[in-house]
Ligand binder design. Structure first.
Ligand code: GAF
Length: 387
């Protein structure tokens, strides 16, 4: 992303180059899917693809915002109770309100933004947008009341919940704000403790294969999955009143067995996936420390199977990409992100890389008449100011 581009558009629209420029990345996740809202572990990293925004206070109470990618413009008052309709502006509006609730006195501003995080790929372009504005508006308006990085993360997540309608966890905003070049992060989503893990697998590459399909309908299947998990946790709490069960993180395999007859088979399948996934993140961390990439890959395939059969967030196209990866001898491959379309993440031996990319591109095109997008992963830095 070129900062000259957003400055040029800012100047064209608002007649000045006097602006600050902020950037926030999308993310990958090596393992730990749908565990964040269950208080489990995730293992994401920020990528180089990002959202970039030029922002300047305008001395009024009005926000004026232009999206370069969508060629769309909106205006609203800082105190507006409803905000704009278009989703891309609702992220900006929501984050501004959430920061205000956390003590940042936000006034009117002009902004122009753009990004190169592929939309609908499961790389979290929305969290990148939220984090970009959380970071930028805090920098411009905090004036002694600056909020912490965690507050920025929570402001982005609350925006999804209150202004978009997706009851997401904390992983995407966390990765976008806290990302570090060359490092993955293992986050405990219950305690918010996290650790950076240098990620430089000798002899392997991480590559995304974007199916370029998106089957999700307005966030509701995602929220349904979350509700399934909450129902199972609530059933366990009901059985064991002496314990405190907040999420599935507080539950064991025996607990799930104990409430089997009180829950639907579908809810039990969802919970089974989540408990398995929690353990898989820890197994992968240990394997990484030992340099055991075969084990990392094995766990990735197990995650894919669980997401496809038990959590049911895969689709025909993603299962096909996973199957082709397996047939090509790729070390690890799985759906990445929320599911229902988007990318697979693949851990591939250097020597196999070109063959795999050629084969998966050809076979996917033959079957679905879509050329998949190949995205080489470079782990980059989190939210920051460019000027
Ligand atoms: C989406 C959500 F936004 C995250 O919080 C997370 O639950 C992810 O799906 C699945 O792991 O990206």
């Amino acid at each position: 992303m070129d900062k000259g581009l957003v400055i040029k558009y800012f100047n064209e629209r608002f007649g000045s180059e006097n602006c600050s420029v902020y950037v926030s990345p999308g993310r990958i996740n090596l393992i730990g899917e749908h565990t964040d809202y269950n208080g489990g572990f995730v293992f994401p990293g920020a990528v180089e693809q990002c959202i970039m925004a030029a922002i300047a206070p305008n001395g009024t109470n009005r926000v004026r915002a232009y999206s370069i990618d969508l060629t769309d413009y909106a205006e609203w008052d800082v105190g507006d109770k409803d905000g704009p309709d278009a989703t891309c502006f609702r992220f900006v509006y929501g984050v501004a309100r959430e920061l205000t609730d956390r003590g940042v006195l936000i006034k009117g501003f002009d902004t122009v933004f753009a990004g190169d995080v592929p939309l609908g790929a499961g790389m979290s372009s929305s969290a990148a947008l939220e984090s970009c504005f959380a970071f930028g508006l805090n920098d411009l308006f905090a004036d002694g009341n600056s909020v912490s990085k965690w507050d920025m993360v929570l402001a982005g997540q609350a925006t999804e919940h209150k202004y978009i309608g997706t009851n997401c966890g904390i992983m995407d905003q966390f990765a976008s704000v806290f990302g570090k070049k060359g490092q993955l992060m293992r986050l405990d989503c219950r305690s918010h403790e996290f650790e950076y893990f240098p990620f430089n697998p000798e002899g392997y590459r991480l590559v995304l294969v974007n199916s370029c399909v998106k089957h999700e309908l307005a966030g509701s299947p995602y929220n349904d999955r979350r509700r399934s998990c909450e129902r199972v946790a609530a059933a366990i709490q009901q059985l064991y009143t002496e314990r405190k069960i907040e999420t599935l993180r507080d539950c064991t395999w025996e607990d799930i067995e104990a409430v089997k007859s009180n829950c639907t088979a579908e809810d039990i399948r969802r919970a089974t996936f989540v408990l398995g996934e929690k353990d898989r993140v820890l197994t992968v961390c240990d394997a990484l420390v030992k340099g055991d990439y075969e084990e990392v890959g094995k766990q990735m395939y197990l995650t894919h199977t669980g997401l496809s059969r038990d959590y049911e967030v895969s689709c025909e196209e993603l299962d096909y990409l996973n199957e082709v990866a397996r047939e090509c001898g790729v070390t690890g491959s799985r759906i990445m992100g929320g599911g229902f379309g988007g990318c697979t993440i693949n851990l591939v031996k250097n020597g196999l890389y070109s063959d795999f990319v050629q084969t998966v591109t050809r076979r996917y095109k033959e079957k679905y008449n879509i050329t998949p997008q190949i995205i080489d992963i470079i782990i980059g830095d989190g939210s920051r100011k460019l000027q």
